[in-house]
Design a protein around this ligand. Structure first.
Ligand code: SAH
Ligand code: SF4
Ligand code: F3S
Length: 523
């Protein structure tokens, strides 16, 4: 670690958040207030969502509710009306969109993708990097003329950006035509919030700093009928120093195993062929339940459900235990693909990132996984240009990528996020250097991806057929168990089924082939 890094390290408040009660900043309704009252309210009593308070959370009992219901007076509020939701974030964010779509549809709304037709438009936002936020602010600008044309249109901002104080303040000041802002912990209040936005004169703001309870019986309008997402936990307690997620998604809280198993069974009964268990750090699943029951135990139970593929995302190397590796190695419906974000190949950088593992520990975990599952595909996430990252430290990342042989990687330029410890460090790697590092890293990743595809030439692989390829309607597309995309010619009747495909051509990110046969339902 160099001098500057050591200095920065002393600024970072590491470790678990202190045991201070985090309060629930559930904002008062602003209905019936004049504009003047409204502004006064914001200058005097308004409590924005607070990143500081989010960090000082303590273990509090999380309540599980099974009694979600659309309020009677909103049951038909959407009849003859249309909703549209734009999604900007990760799979969890997309799954939240499915829940909100489910709530809208229970209120009688129909979905549309045409902004001109919509009676309500929600932007389900992501705060992970600055460019994600810029996209949303760009879109807010585009929506303004629609609102001027149709004053009854309701425009709402939800998702991770709404949990940020600075974003809420910016919308209040610069985009007062927005009708509704709500965060990630209170999606279940959508019917009440829509009602307030419909009948109130002022912007409705309902953002909770305190993480929510778990609401079990929310409706869902799922995007597809073949692959389904299932939340197994919410929030993140890792507090990697660059990351906004623990602040926007609250503390880790796990769903009960029986509720998850029931949802997976239900999806299997409806004919779904694949489930992806979702969490920001799925390997921490169960820790908060104090039942001595973890992700390995859950996966073991899901092995016996009659659904061909079960996967999960995202893993954190620190919590990836031997029990899970043992269960995954049993095969069956367990997928042969592990996404294991490493972020950096240098132990000092990992330390100031707060990742809580070293390069050697990561490599040791990879070795264990490879011994137990020799065929597994490994993919990762990497950040380049973290504050003070030197050329040598970056080269450690390149050498680790080669040593592990990742078959794909999401690579990012570090983006300072307000309120995170890393944002207080000097962001002193120039943009030119960051771009150059990203480029060099991507060259290696692309080369390895292409090489990993080569070995499939002439092989027969099993593909879960998802539908037509995006580029060519005559071609079908799907994924193998090892997460390789395959494009092939075959009958449309094979959509939603597992088929065997002979690979005739390999590319960097996909395989081309021809269907050999439709397999029996494989478990
Ligand atoms: N929970 C997951 C990742 C969620 S965010 C995990 O821990 O692996 C997805 C990826 O975005 C991260 O893995 C990281 O590589 C990247 N990321 C997060 N914060 C970032 C930031 N401030 N700048 C650049 N990339 C970031
Ligand atoms: Fe962010 Fe993932 Fe770290 Fe959690 S574990 S703080 S989501 S990078
Ligand atoms: Fe983005 Fe929130 Fe997901 S910040 S990556 S949408 S958890």
């Amino acid at each position: 670690m160099n001098e500057q890094q050591r200095k920065e390290m002393s600024h970072i408040q590491q470790g678990e958040p202190a045991d201070v009660k985090s309060d629930q900043d559930n904002l008062e309704r602003l209905k019936d207030k004049s504009s003047e009252d409204f502004m006064k309210y914001f200058e005097t009593t308004y409590q924005p969502p607070s990143l500081r308070k989010a960090q000082r959370r303590r273990k509090e009992d999380v309540q599980i509710h099974y009694d979600f219901k659309i309020p009677e007076d909103m049951e038909e509020a959407g009849n003859g009306r249309k909703y549209m939701i734009r999604t900007y974030g990760c799979q969890m964010n997309e799954h939240d969109t499915e829940v909100m779509a489910g709530i809208f549809e229970e209120m009688g709304y129909e979905s549309t993708t045409d902004t001109k037709e919509a009676d309500i438009i929600l932007l389900n936002t992501c705060a992970i990097r600055e460019n994600a936020e810029n996209k949303v602010f760009g879109e807010i600008g585009h929506l303004k003329p629609l609102k001027l044309e149709n004053p009854d249109l309701i425009i709402g901002i939800c998702g991770c950006m709404s949990q940020e104080e600075s974003v809420v303040n910016r919308i209040l000041k610069k985009h007062p035509f927005i009708d509704l802002i709500f965060g990630t912990h209170n999606i279940h209040r959508l019917p009440q919030l829509v009602k307030e936005a419909m009948f109130g004169k002022e912007m409705v703001i309902d953002v909770w700093s305190k993480e929510g309870d778990i609401i079990e019986n929310l409706p869902r309008s799922r995007k597809g009928k073949i692959k389904g997402w299932v939340n197994i936990m919410y929030g993140c307690d890792k507090f990697c120093t660059y990351c906004i997620v623990p602040y926007t998604r609250g503390k880790e809280r796990s769903r009960l195993p029986e509720d998850i198993i029931q949802e997976v069974r239900h999806l299997a009964a409806q004919g779904y062929k694949e489930v992806t268990l979702l969490g920001q750090n799925v390997n921490a699943y169960g820790k908060d339940l104090e039942m001595n029951y973890g992700l390995g135990d859950l996966m073991d139970e899901l092995r016996s459900i009659d659904i061909p593929r079960v996967r999960f995302t995202t893993s954190h190397p620190r919590d990836f235990d031997d029990r899970l590796i043992d269960v995954l190695a049993k095969g069956g419906n367990m997928l042969d693909h592990i996404h294991l974000p490493v972020q950096s190949g240098n132990s000092d950088i990992l330390k100031i990132m707060g990742r809580k593992y070293s390069r050697e520990e990561y490599l040791e975990l990879v070795r264990k996984i490879r011994t137990a599952m020799p065929d597994a595909t490994l993919t990762t996430d990497i950040i380049v240009g973290f504050p003070n990252e030197t050329e040598e430290q970056f080269e450690d990342t390149l050498s680790l990528v080669e040593e592990v042989g990742f078959e794909a990687a999401y690579t990012f330029i570090y983006s300072p996020r307000d309120g995170t410890p890393a944002a207080r460090m000097q962001d002193n790697v120039s943009m030119d250097v960051k771009k150059n590092r990203l480029h060099r890293l991507n060259e290696i990743v692309n080369r390895q991806a292409a090489e990993s595809m080569k070995k499939y030439e002439g092989e027969i692989v099993e593909v879960l057929v998802e539908g037509e390829s995006k580029k060519n309607k005559d071609v079908l597309a799907g994924y193998t168990k090892r997460n390789k995309m395959v494009n092939f010619r075959g009958p449309r009747s094979s959509i939603g089924r597992l088929v065997k495909v002979r690979i005739t051509e390999t590319k960097t990110w996909s395989l081309n082939g021809e269907m050999v046969e439709e397999t029996a339902e494989v478990k």
